[in-house]
Structures are given as C-alpha cells and as structure tokens.
Design a protein around this ligand. Structure first.
Ligand code: NAP
Length: 682
C-alpha cells in the first residue's frame, strides 16, 4: 500500500525510494512512504492562497459546525480505523484513546467554541481598559487569525489523536493546516485524512498531508505561520533551531519526551485504598499502548519504608499482563509500533541498567507471546527497574525508554520526594497518590512548577478519574523544560495559539464599531420600541433604554427582608449600622437588581423568551432610604445559537449591559444580564 501525500488538491505518490513500514505484529511490509518530488513552495501557497481566505471569512461558529459534521462523519467510519490501528500493535483500548479520543477532542472543541465564543471571525479578549480620566480613550485586546498556516509534525504514538487535537484548534482559529505524521504509523493518519478529504466538509486546502520527509518545507515558512512539534527532544531542538524559524521568529510549540513521575504519599499505608490505586495506576500506565505514551509514568517515587511492598505488588500485577496479538483472546498488551522502536527501548533499558537494577522484565527476560510470532513482532515485556540512589544517579531522570518501562525509586521524606520529582527537569504530568490533605498540598504546591498537569488520586475521585496519562481538551497539555516548554489543549487557549493578540486603543465608539460589543461611553442608539419587543436580528449593538425613576422606601426594605428572609443588620439595625461601613440603613443589593428588572422588563409575552443568567455583578454605591434609582440597559453582545432539531424556535443570546444609578448620577450597581431571544430568520 502506498501511504501517499495529499497536497495542492491532489493525492501525490513520491518518486524516490520509499521507506518500508512493517506490521508491528507480523513484520510484513504494509506501507510505502515517500514524499520525494513534492513542491513544498506550492504546498505552502495552496494553504495560504486557497484555504486561508475562505477559513478566515467563516465565523468561529461556521468553522465549529464544519468540525462537528466532520467528527460525526469520522465516527461513522471508526471501525475501519480500529482495523488499521491493530497493525500498529494496539489493543482495542489503545485504539480507542487514539481514534475516539481524537474525534472526541475535536467535537469538544467544536462545542466549546459554539458555547463560549460569539459568532464572529475574531475573538474579543478581556475587559475594556480605561486609559483616560474622562473615558474617551480606552483599550481592549482582540485576536485575529494569522494569515499563515500551521505545520504540525507529529510523533508516531498517536496517529489520529495527535493530528485531530491540533487541527481542531487551528481550523477553529481560521488557520489552514499541514500535517506531517511520523513515518512508522503514517498509514493510519493517511486513512483518516483520505476520509476527511472525501467528505468535502472542510474547505479545500484546509488540510494537507505530507507522508515522508518534509524536504525544504521549513524554509518556505514565514512570520505568520506556526509550527508545532511532538516527538523526541533531540529532533525538536534540531528543528527549533532551523535558521528560518530563528530568523523569522516563527512560533514553535514543542512537546517532547518527558520523565513523568507518580509519587506515593508517605502517609499511605499498605492496607489503604490509595496503595492499591497507586499500584493499579502505575501498572496501567506502563502497559497501556505498551508504554508508548508521552505521559506514561517513567519514575515511580515511593517512601523508602514501602519500596519492597510496592515492588512486590507491582511485580505481582505485571506478571498477569499477557502479551501478544491484541485480537487474540486474553491479550492485555500488544506490541510496540515497530522493530526500530523496540530496539530503541532495548538500548535505553540497557543504559538505565548501568545505574539501576532490573527487578522485572528487561532485555533478557523470557516471556510468552500469544497469537503472534515473537521473533518477528515488536514485542517487549513490562519492565520494572529500581534505582536505590535517585538523588545521585542521573540516568532515570534523563533516559526515556519509550515502552512499558518504569523505574522505582525511594525517598526518605516528602522534601526529598519533591527534589526527586524536580530532577526530571520539567515534565508533562505528575501524579500524587495520597489521602492526606496536608501532604497533598505540600507535594502539589512544591512540585507544580515543574509539571504541566498534576493528578491527585485517592478514594474520593478514583472511580471517575480519567487517569494519570490522559490529556483532556479542557486542560493544558505540555510541560516546562525537558517536556519541551510548549502548551496545547487547555480549552480556548489552544485556539489562541494560532491567532495574533493585538491591543486596540481608541475611543469607546471606535472600539464598539470594531469589536461589535458595547463599550461604556460609546455612542448609544436610541430605540424606536421597547427592546424586549424586538427579535434577535432587529436588536443593534449599543441600542439602549433608560427607564423611569423609583424612590426606595423603608417599606421596600422591610418587604424585601420579609420576602427573602434576609435580615442583615445593615438593612434593619439602626444602632448597629451607625458606626458601620454604611453609616445608615441601606437597601438589599438584591432588592436593587430585582427592582431594576421590574423597571426595564416589558412584561408581555414576546421575542424575549427567558432570562438566561446574570454576570459580572458589582454593587458600587449603597442605596439608602429616600434614594432614587434609574436603570439603563444597553445591548452589549449578541450570540446567535445554532437551531437544533428539537428546538421549537431559532434563538440567540443577547447580553445586556445594565447600569443602575442614583439621583446624583452615581453608579450603584453594574452587571450584565443574558436573555434568550427568538429569531425570525432561520
Ligand atoms: P521523533 O523521531 O523525534 O519524530 C517526531 C516527528 O518528527 C516525526 O513525525 C518525524 O518524522 C519528524 N521528523 C524527524 N526528523 C525530522 C526532520 N529532519 N524534519 C522534519 N520532521 C522530522 O519522535 P518519535 O520517535 O516519532 O516519537 C517518540 C518520541 O516522542 C518519544 O520520545 C516521546 O516521548 C515523544 N512524544 C512526546 C509527546 C508530548 O506530547 N510531549 C507526545 C508523543 C510523543 P519521521 O517519522 O518521518 O522521521
């Protein structure tokens, strides 16, 4: 089979000598990979000229809709990917993480954008910053799509997830993608990209695929492009120093190998649930995907008093791990993706063994292989090493064996455990297994700066925990130092990596015209009829209503206190309030916002369907008996919602800026309310 490339709108076969890729289990040649002959300048031009303008013209919601349709389309074809994934030695569970985990991440991104961002081509970030005394000069940050491309160079271990978790944020940002999968598992990425292209769900040029070497591609990039790299630190550092990357300051996000650790708390006893959880988690991380996970636990740090017990329990568990063809009955762990990868693991274990004892498995271990021929498949047994002097031996903190391998190391005190964790010089994830809150806090706060993510595992969360090794769409993935210093995922942050953040300064009206969001002090639009009587599409940003006035009486305070049961001294105790912060009895803040609603709401049934929520509430000045309040509501932002099949009406969310003032024109309360408003247009 030819694992060819999809570039400038065509599938192109290489014209050189292809690399042969072998089946991880049988050793037979299953794919030929070659990119020789590709015109990389034309690839870059295709992304930028064909796809870029189309993607940037689409709103964030339109991009999200396209990804949602694509995710569902791929899910329908998942059986095909599982079949192919088996060739890489993956079990069904390993494949699930890669295939459905990848598609799930893309779908999460799609819904996150539709839920959290307005339907614009750009993102407005943060609050408006006041920059002048009279409020005529303000500032705000916006993010716009880079008019470039993103090149994603991926590692071999997650051929689907590795691609999808990065193309989703990039396409959502409006930036076309070139994906370069690792050669040894490119056949699976290729199969999925074939379907993506055939689906026609993404604009042409949004996704190009290069299977094989990247030739002079890095030389074609410019300052509006982004490179992401996942793989070994050696390759990453080499590519990061490419003269063109350095010269043009092209953002280069690196996720490299990482010596992640798991720490068993000093307070955990052998008969506690946490001890079992620790053993299970370490063994699971060692054997899942045959340990070929960037987040796998490479360093297992335990109290010296419990190291013998941990070692015995881990060995007992690892002895039960059956190795072989994942399609054979009872097999728990498959093979590494290829013989080269197995040889790399062997050589790294040999290096580790110079300063550590091999206490289980290892290069010389004899092990059974079920349903496959051990002499041709890339099998390697779960391997436990032990380093008795982790403070003085550098090996286990520097050498990564990218397979089912971990090194056990003892600590004498929590401070020592923290020091050992830090010797990894930065990693993707650490886990702390303990039920003692003081110990947990100490470990987490002192080790956090060296890790991108910290999982705290104990009996309270174990059942629902997603585990040490699983990066999640909503949480940051990446780590400092040795782990590459990069960052991906982490909710909307990931999208912003492909956009340029720009601070915009000007008058409130200018900013409102640019961002399509009301800015305090901007020229408001007078209304022709009550805004609650208008449909979503008829409301304009900046459209404003100022209500009649209402004087607050003692009866209001008494009635509201009785109704709500809130008899706080500031509303009711004349004597206590005298020498307080208020100096006099004041109305309940919640009365003020309730009264405000009574003043601005138009009660008849109409296009405003429901109150959706209230945000950013601030009580600024107290309101006393006899003070007179008045309310101004202004359309601040509009978010069009996609109509779902079971929705009776098409709707949108309107965010209203609400200002309540007193008779001295001082602000007493400020907040945003969100209403669900009917649309007439489909
Ligand atoms: P690798 O050898 O560094 O390769 C990574 C990627 O770089 C592959 O796509 C490779 O393509 C490409 N590459 C190599 N040389 C290149 C060059 N001169 N120009 C352009 N691209 C080049 O790493 P790997 O063996 O695939 O992956 C295993 C390593 O990745 C492990 O060390 C693991 O810890 C790390 N990893 C880290 C993370 C993370 O998120 N931090 C995730 C997964 C894996 P070819 O295959 O065609 O050479």
């Amino acid at each position: 089979m030819k694992t060819n490339s999809y570039v400038y709108g065509q599938w192109i076969d290489g014209v050189g000598t292809p690399a042969q890729v072998k089946h991880a289990l049988s050793g037979e040649v299953i794919s030929h990979v070659d990119s020789t002959g590709i015109d990389f300048a034309k690839v870059v031009e295709h992304s930028k000229q064909v796809a870029g303008p189309i993607l940037r013209n689409m709103t964030l919601h339109e991009r999200a809709d396209a990804l949602k349709a694509l995710g569902l389309y791929l899910l329908e074809r998942k059986a095909h990917y599982y079949e192919i994934s088996h060739k890489s030695g993956a079990t069904k569970v390993d494949g699930w993480v890669d295939i459905e985990g990848g598609i799930g991440t893309m779908l999460s991104y799609s819904s996150m954008v539709r839920r959290e961002l307005p339907n614009e081509t750009f993102i407005v970030e943060g609050d408006v910053e006041a920059l002048s005394k009279n409020g005529t000069f303000v500032g705000q940050h916006i993010l716009t799509a880079k008019p470039g491309l993103s090149l994603h160079i991926n590692a071999f271990n997650f051929p689907c997830w590795g691609m999808l978790e990065k193309i989703a944020p990039s396409i959502l940002a409006g930036v076309p993608v070139i994906v370069k999968p690792a050669t040894v598992t490119a056949y699976l990425t290729h199969a999925m990209v074939q379907d993506i292209i055939a689906s026609g769900l993404l604009p042409e040029g949004s996704l190009q695929l290069i299977c094989g070497a990247t030739g002079n591609l890095l030389e074609q990039l410019d300052e509006q492009d982004v490179v992401t790299f996942t793989g070994s630190a050696v390759t990453g550092k080499m590519l990061k120093q490419h003269p063109n990357i350095v010269e043009k300051n092209i953002p280069f996000n690196m996720e490299a190998d990482s010596l992640n650790c798991s720490i068993l708390g000093e307070t955990v006893t052998e008969d506690s649930p946490e001890f079992d959880l620790f053993i299970k988690e370490v063994a699971r991380e060692m054997t899942m995907k045959a340990g070929q996970k960037c987040t796998a636990i490479r360093r297992t740090i335990v109290p010296s008093s419990k190291i013998e017990a941990v070692q015995a329990a881990l060995i007992a568990r690892l002895q039960k791990v059956t190795i072989g063809d994942p399609s054979a009955e009872g097999v728990k762990m498959g093979a590494l993706v290829g013989l080269k990868q197995r040889d790399d693991v062997r050589s790294q274990v040999a290096k580790l063994a110079q300063t550590c004892d091999v206490v289980f498995g290892g290069n010389d271990a004899k092990f059974d292989v079920i349903g496959a021929d051990a002499s041709v498949g890339a099998f390697y047994p779960p391997t436990l090493l032990r380093c008795n002097s982790p403070l003085t031996q550098a090996g286990p903190h520097e050498i990564e064996a990218f397979g089912p391998v971990t090194t056990l190391m003892p600590y004498a005190s929590i401070d020592e455990a923290i020091t050992i964790a830090k010797l990894g010089k930065g990693s993707l994830v650490a886990s702390v297994v303990s039920f003692d809150p003081v110990e947990i806090k100490n470990l987490v706060l002192n080790a956090a700066a060296f890790h991108g993510r910290v999982l705290v595992l104990n009996r309270d969360c174990a059942k629902e925990s997603t585990g040490h090794g699983s990066p999640l769409a909503s949480l940051v993935h990446g780590g400092p130092g040795r782990a590459g210093g990069g960052e991906e995922l982490g909710g909307l942050r990931a999208i912003k990596h492909y956009m340029q953040r720009t601070a915009i300064q000007g008058s409130p009206s200018t900013l409102m015209a640019i961002t399509n969001e009301y800015v305090k002090g901007a020229k408001t639009v007078s209304y022709d009829k009550h805004p609650f009587r208008k449909y979503f599409e008829d409301l304009s940003i900046g459209e404003s209503l100022t209500t009649h006035k209402r004087t607050v009486t003692e009866a209001d305070i008494v009635n509201f206190g009785c109704l709500s049961g809130d008899h706080f001294y500031a509303h009711f105790d004349e004597t206590a309030v005298k020498d307080s912060f208020f100096g006099k009895r004041v109305a309940h803040g919640y009365f003020i916002i309730s009264a405000a609603a009574g003043m601005f709401v138009d009660p008849a049934k109409g296009p405003v369907i429901a109150n959706y929520g209230l945000e950013n509430l601030r009580f600024i000045e107290p309101v006393g008996i006899g003070d007179t309040i008045q309310v101004t509501i202004t359309v601040k932002r509009k978010i069009k919602k996609a109509k779902r099949p079971d929705d009776i009406k098409a709707t949108g969310v309107v965010v209203w800026n609400v200002e309540v003032c007193n008779q001295h024109e001082e602000l007493v309360a400020l907040y945003d309310i969100l209403t669900l408003v009917e649309r007439q247009e489909p």
